[in-house]
Design a protein. Structure first.
Length: 111
């Protein structure tokens, strides 16, 4: 698993989060930002050390916008996979499609 690519992916996600700010809704990545700034090391180690082949849910804005990630270890070193979804996905009509394109760009798509 290439941790540099995962870090770069999350950096680009955070940059995209400022393209779709709506009054009253806040940043679509407010919780993800906390994880990556305040607790980056444990968060990335959790991804790197995951051998469960299970999907993990994280709320990226503290409400209904979510990312589901997993690490597929069947192919050796492990392939990081991620999706974005949730009840609030429709509330961020610019950000969510941009992140979905970014997921494809990095080859992190789950399906």
């Amino acid at each position: 698993m290439e941790m540099f690519m995962i870090k770069q992916f999350f950096l680009e996600v955070l940059e995209l989060s400022y393209t779709d700010l709506k009054p009253g809704w806040g940043n679509p990545c407010s919780e993800l930002l906390k994880k990556l700034v305040v607790r980056q090391e444990p968060f990335l180690k959790k991804i790197e050390g995951d051998y469960t082949d299970m999907s993990h849910e994280m709320r990226i804005n503290g409400a209904g916008l979510k990312m589901h990630w997993s690490v597929d270890r069947r192919e050796g070193d492990g392939k990081f996979k991620i999706t974005i979804s949730g009840d609030q996905a429709k509330e961020y009509p610019v950000f969510v499609p941009q992140v979905r394109q970014l997921i494809k760009k990095y080859g992190f798509n789950k399906y």
